[in-house]
Design a protein around this ligand. Structure first.
Ligand code: TYM
Length: 334
């Protein structure tokens, strides 16, 4: 079976971008693959964090993974910080990562500007840790949203660099992963500005729909979301980014095919479409929320899931790490 790996940062409530761009696709393909999905709590501290909510956020995302439909029969769920190999490998890789590769990363440049003075070195080396997360598990596919594409490219470049330095073409040590980015949902846009992606770091709550938003909040956010004065709704008009985004949300949340949605909405006005989208979003999120609350109420179950995840993940990760250290010339403890 091919292996799939991906993760989400544990920085609070997940939004529809995380779900439609990533988690939904993990769930959909999981029966075919051997899956590893983890909680990126080491990445979560690359921005200033609150120590009193870090653990809770980790459990919350773990419960959401399960509530969204990840099935432990096919999937290993674990916490990044529970498997020390991630941090250790990140150090080794950072020593062969050219500084300018990291300085050129779009997300680093954007976040650096946003954060002003409070920028730790971890924000710069973030993609090296991400490459380590991936390469330790030798996955065939890494399903992510569009915004992670550049980080996946860096990961592939690091594989080539590592193998060139420490291996032979006949017997490469690291394996190149393939990003898996879907055409629809890979870039869910903000509800208040169709030219910006939906993001956890947007200061306005109105800009995103969170997976745990109750029905009245969903209704209010959709009521107040940005639209345009044009009647008739359409996909793909670059002059109407909000229209394309909201139709895409409706399509993905309803599960209807694109041409059906296009036909259904082509003569609609916003006054008719918004209640339809509201109803569809509430109906799509309700079962996830119900499952979430049930799972989150059983702390010992969640802990046991993460404990067995950690055991399974550690085994795979340590094997790769030993291979890497050997290739780099380290002595291995006997
Ligand atoms: P994070 O936590 O920002 O986002 C988790 C996943 O959600 C996707 N995503 C989106 N997709 C569509 N539209 C959006 N508006 C949107 N916002 C977020 C992201 O692309 C991602 O797939 N660096 C990663 C976490 C990570 C990781 C890894 C992922 C750490 N190590 C190894 C894969 C493999 C991140 O910050 O994702």
């Amino acid at each position: 079976k091919q292996r799939v790996l991906s993760g989400v940062q544990t920085t609070g409530n997940l939004h529809l971008g995380n779900y439609l761009g990533a988690i939904r696709n993990w769930v959909e393909g999981q029966n075919q693959y051997d899956n590893y999905f983890f909680l990126a709590d080491l990445h979560a501290i690359t921005v200033p964090h609150d120590r009193t909510t870090l653990a809770e956020n980790t459990y919350e995302v773990a419960a959401l993974y399960l509530a969204c439909g990840l099935d432990l029969e096919h999937t290993t769920i674990f916490v990044q910080s529970h498997v020390p190999a991630h941090a250790e490998f990140a150090w080794l890789l950072s020593c062969i990562t050219p500084l300018n590769w990291l300085e050129d990363m779009i997300q680093f440049k954007e976040k650096r500007i946003k954060q002003g003075q409070d920028v730790g070195t971890g924000l710069l080396t973030y993609p090296v840790l991400m490459a380590s997360d991936i390469l330790l598990y030798e996955p065939d596919k890494v399903p992510v949203g569009e915004d992670q594409k550049q980080h996946l490219e860096l990961t592939r470049d690091l594989v080539d660099r590592f193998n060139f330095k420490f291996a032979t073409p006949e017997a490469p040590v690291l394996k190149r992963p393939n990003p898996l980015i879907r055409a629809d949902g890979a870039r869910v846009m903000s509800l208040t500005d169709g030219t910006k992606k939906m993001s956890k770091s947007d200061p306005s709550e109105l800009s995103r729909l969170n997976l745990l938003d109750p029905p009245d909040v969903i209704q209010n956010k959709i009521k107040r979301c940005k639209t345009d004065p044009v009647r008739g709704l359409e996909f793909g008009n670059p002059e109407r980014p909000e229209c394309n985004n909201l139709l895409t949300l409706y399509m993905l949340l309803s599960g209807k095919p694109k041409d059906e949605v296009a036909a259904e909405c082509k003569d609609m006005g916003w006054g008719q479409f918004k209640p339809l989208l509201t109803e569809t979003a509430i109906a799509a999120l309700q079962p996830i929320q119900e499952k979430y609350h049930a799972i989150r109420a059983d702390q010992s179950y969640l802990e046991s899931v993460l404990r067995s995840g950690r055991e399974k993940a550690s085994e795979v990760a340590n094997q790769t790490l030993n291979k890497v250290k050997k290739a780099m010339g380290y002595t291995l403890p006997s």
